[in-house]
Design a protein around this ligand. Structure first.
Ligand SMILES: [Zn+2]
Length: 315
């Protein structure tokens, strides 16, 4: 099996296969790449390869491989802190204590640090990096290695993920999304910039997002007033709760686009499209307008009046 389930990145996969084949395991790996680049996929494959008992590591069929790939291996521990932007220092300190407890059933104990560490967290980690036990392996993920302290970064073996070549990505998407049209696949290849996770999300979103929302984002992002009016006019005949539902979805998108502009979150592809096309004040104005429209719709204003008002505000 090897690293083949990670798409593209041939050089990186080859280098890893060679060094792991020679039994060279680093104590610290830093996997970098933007959202959808495959950081977690690579981290799981790497951990499986380190714990694997078979040949062509990770073989994917031995016990340790299967457990690691399913996230069930007792010596493969994932550290996240979903309630905070950065992993709390407390959790890093707990990990620091835990690392001195020997592995359960393997020669290594692997920690996947799957979220950003703040300054304090990195300093706490440094203490382990300076003197790790022989069996300890740490895999850090980041969308930007520059965020790390130089003292942390310099101790890591860096694995930088690269975009998947266009032809390979198109081939993969065509095989895995047989229902998607050639245009949708071409758009996903283009707009994802070669990052598989983003391309997949676009195709998956495209199947569930209502057409009005897709049209709204397209025309608002392009500043296409006619397109916007054509999107909004049919909604004059909608029922109020139907209108509230879609307007709330637009609110969420606009909020996502603003958060994305501020670097606060990984947006959906549609929110990303908005954030790229419109400035923060423009997005803010649209947000205010849509928010008012929701209030009107919840009150006693007719959908026709709301839609007319909104197309004026967003023009
Ligand atoms: Zn294996």
């Amino acid at each position: 099996m090897g690293f083949e389930t990670l798409l593209g990145n041939d050089r990186l996969k080859e280098n890893l296969t060679v060094s792991l084949g020679k039994g060279r395991v680093s104590h610290f790996y830093l996997i970098s790449g933007p959202a959808g680049a495959g950081k977690r996929t690579l981290a799981r494959l790497l951990a499986a390869a380190i714990l694997c008992k078979g040949r062509d590591k990770p073989c994917g069929v031995c016990g340790p491989c299967r457990k690691t790939l399913k996230n069930e291996h007792p010596d493969f521990i994932t550290l996240t802190d979903p309630e905070h932007k950065n992993i709390a220092v407390r959790l890093v300190r707990d990990m620091r204590d835990d690392v001195f407890i020997r592995p359960n059933e393997s020669d290594y104990k692997i920690y996947l640090i799957a979220q950003d560490l703040g300054l304090e967290g990195q300093n706490a980690l440094l203490k382990i990096l300076e003197e790790p036990p022989g069996y300890g392996v740490f895999i850090l993920l980041t969308d930007n290695p520059e965020k790390l302290l130089p003292t942390v970064r310099s101790r890591c073996t860096e694995l930088a993920l690269t975009a998947v070549p266009e032809k390979q990505l198109r081939h993969y998407l065509t095989l895995n999304y047989p229902k998607a049209s050639a245009e949708d696949i071409a758009a996903a290849v283009q707009r994802s910039g070669g990052w598989l996770g983003q391309a997949r999300q676009m195709l998956e979103d495209g199947e569930t997002v209502p057409q009005q929302t897709v049209d709204f984002v397209r025309s608002y992002a392009a500043g296409d007033t006619m397109g916007l009016v054509n999107t909004l006019v049919p909604m004059e005949k909608w029922k109020r709760d139907q209108l509230v539902e879609i307007l709330n979805a637009w609110l969420e998108l606009l909020e996502g686009a603003l958060a994305c502009r501020a670097g606060l979150s990984v947006p959906t592809p549609l929110a990303r499209q908005l954030s790229r096309a419109r400035s923060a004040p423009e997005l803010m104005n649209a947000l205010t307008a849509v928010r008012k429209a929701v209030l009107y719709a919840q009150g006693n204003v007719s959908p026709a009046a709301i839609v007319g008002w909104l197309s004026w505000e967003l023009r």
